[in-house]
Design a protein around this ligand. Sequence first.
Ligand code: PEP
Length: 251
Amino acid sequence: MRRPMVAGNWKMHGTRASVAELLKGLGSEALPGGVDVVVFPPSLHVERVIDGLQGASIEVGAQNCATQTGQGALTGEISSTQLADAGCKLVLVGHSERRQVIGESDEVLVRKFEAAQAGGLIPVLCIGETLAEREAGKTLEVVGRQLSSVIDALGIGAFARAVIAYEPVWAIGTGLTATPEQAQDVHAAIRAQLAVENSEVAQGVRLLYGGSVKAANAAELFGMPDIDGGLIGGASLNADEFGAICRAAGN
Ligand code: PEP
């Protein structure tokens, strides 16, 4: 039985004042006991968020890490080791905004995935197709290739300590959500691809859906057999909405 996870990606949002407000809101939400709840603030706010969530049963993750662990001469980067030292437990790897806007390749993301685990963090590998790829019937090919890049380089065992988020690019921040059936089809294909290598790992790994999840559509998505929770962007900036999504995962 996989434990559901709901993860909030705050992206490049948050001032000291707005983060304080959001923390206050999250602290007063009734969160379900059977769900892992995580928030991913900008690195600038990680320590503030960890302090502010003491006793709230919410883990904190980072949105990115360096391709190298430890410390060293790499201006502007933050390593998984440093993030773990600050109290982070997880890190996003391969969010479509980093793939498409920053230009991170599968090769770079494999190195980040590996560095995340070496530094003591659980990577949340984000994969997903663009609208053009979906319309060309290439969804499973694209998602399969993104997943293979990590399996081929690091082995299936790497997914024993990882989470995967299927996030169709056309659904991120657009208000368009994959139907539960569309999402389930891709999640089932991801799990089947992992199962070819190792069925135990495939059955154990949590597959989150991301892309315009709201309180109003969360329960239907989370009710599908291979959807183990969600990666939430915009709606995670509203404590009441995020709390309701977490409760939907608990039902
Ligand atoms: C995301 O950024 O990972 C995401 C899913 O965003 P949104 O929920 O706003 O579509």
